[in-house]
Write a protein that binds this ligand. Structure first.
Ligand SMILES: [Zn+2]
Length: 460
């Protein structure tokens, strides 16, 4: 019998559809055998551990534009972001690639690929963000798949969105025709501006009032519009970081009619509520959309369980604590975003699986399998099966940790979950068969992460 590179012995393999205790044989970075007689150069004992397919976080911010030198900015790059991801059981990240003024999507992807190739340890892919719709930008949508890209993203919350709606609808249509998924930030610019103006008039512009400045209705109306775009064009849309019960109801109603609407949420909306903004350091919870109410949290957990919410991604976009707490900030002058990469999986396990809100299979689906399908990477990523990349997390379901800034691999100096006690924690992470995280230390080499070529989006 041929000797393999690595065998993982005795772990319980959990996928979206199955659970089995079996040995896993790995060679050339791939899973080549599950069960049976296996001999290898190296062995890992996984007795008592759960084995999950590596997490796939399709929504991170690990880059800034070359001309964006304003400080403070997001503090992670592809190296520190990868370290946080791998320590948290996430082996693949999808980064938002903003385009410079006048830059076209393919040029932006090439520019950022060159940066990420030198830095990343996790495998990665990139979403070009369309801000200005030009004939040239529309013309490039049909070339994105050839470049291995199956997504575009745009924001409804920008001041220039409304004047370009015909262009964004056309971009969505062309994307759908190519098997490209359109990611949409659903908050309505006009209603947010109006809410801010009203609050300012009342002298309530401090961040204590932040949730009121981006009301649920601004998310609902934008989500309705995104659904309408999908329905009118037949193209699939993916709602990033959905935060409210009412916006989810809009998506669920559309899904029930067969409209291709996919929903992402993030840890903020599963673990925290708007009362946080009353705290002394409440500004550290500023993200877009804002934290909502307990009933919204319950609705999103239900959506995860029932399948109306497809993915949990981080929207990892950390600022240093001092930058978040800058007293000059207000509802009209924000630094949205937080550290999340390292804690997302264990917190979802601890608060979700252990508390009976999510099955183990659903946990794997929403952290790995569904994203692999939507982002054109399945079954290379998103499952543990013969032929798949050996992206595997050894997860100790009994290990209890208290979240503390000192454990963070991110360059960020705080966690929004400081002090939370979490049971269930990743102890070892394999990326394409290589041990890249073990016993608290990231061992993968900078630049060893690969740009992933993506096929058409497909949820089947
Ligand atoms: Zn984002």
């Amino acid at each position: 019998m041929a000797e393999l590179d690595l065998v993982i012995r005795g772990g319980q393999i959990i996928t979206a559809t199955s659970a089995a205790t079996a040995d896993i044989g790995i060679a050339g970075g791939k899973i080549v055998q599950i069960g049976g007689d296996l001999q290898a150069v190296q062995e890992i004992d996984a007795t008592g551990k759960l084995l999950f397919p590596g997490g796939l976080d399709a929504h991170v911010h690990l880059s800034r534009l070359p001309d964006d030198t304003a400080e403070p900015g997001w503090v992670d790059d592809f190296t520190s972001g990868s370290a946080a991801a791998l320590a948290g059981g996430i082996t693949t990240v999808g980064n938002m690639t903003f385009l410079a003024a006048g830059e076209l999507p393919l040029a932006g992807l090439a520019r950022e690929t060159a940066v990420a190739r030198g830095q990343a340890i996790a495998d990665f892919f990139l979403h070009p963000v369309l801000d200005t719709i030009t004939p040239q930008a529309l013309g490039e949508i049909s070339s994105l798949r050839d470049a291995g890209c199956n997504t575009i993203k745009y924001f409804m919350s920008t001041p220039t969105f409304d004047a370009q709606v015909p262009g964004f609808v056309e971009a969505t249509r062309r994307a759908g025709a190519e098997g490209i998924l359109t990611l949409i930030h659903c908050e309505d610019y006009t209603l947010i501006e109006d809410a801010i103006a009203q609050l300012q008039k009342e002298g309530r512009s401090a961040l204590t009032y932040y949730p009121e400045s981006r009301p649920v209705i601004s998310e609902v109306v934008a989500t309705q519009r995104a659904v309408a775009f999908a329905e009118a064009t037949g193209a699939p849309v993916y709602i990033v970081h959905l935060s409210s019960e009412r916006a989810l109801a809009v998506c669920a109603e559309a899904q029930a009619r067969g409209v291709p609407v996919y929903v992402e949420t993030r840890p903020f909306y599963l673990h925290l509520t708007s009362e946080r903004f009353a705290e002394d350091e409440g500004a550290k919870y500023v993200g877009q959309p804002p934290l909502r109410e307990p009933s919204d949290v319950d609705a999103i957990w239900n959506g995860l369980r029932q399948g109306t919410v497809h993915t949990v991604c981080t929207d990892h976009a950390p600022y240093a604590l001092a930058a978040k707490l800058d007293p000059e900030l207000s509802i009209a002058n924000l630094r949205p975003g937080a550290e999340n990469l390292q804690t997302m999986l264990p917190m979802l396990y601890s608060e979700g699986v252990r508390k009976g809100r999510l099955s183990l299979h659903r946990f794997v689906e929403v952290t790995s399998t569904n994203a692999a399908k939507l982002f054109g990477l399945y079954p290379r990523k998103g499952t543990i099966s013969v032929g798949s990349d050996a992206d595997i997390v050894l997860f100790d379901p009994t290990l209890t940790r208290r979240i503390d800034r000192s454990m963070l691999k991110s360059n960020c100096d705080y966690s929004p979950y400081e002090g939370w006690e979490v049971t269930g924690w990743p102890v070892l992470t394999l990326r394409r068969g290589e041990i890249v995280f073990r016993d608290g230390a990231v061992t993968g080499r900078d630049g060893s992460g690969q740009l992933l070529r993506r096929d058409a989006t497909c949820m089947h």
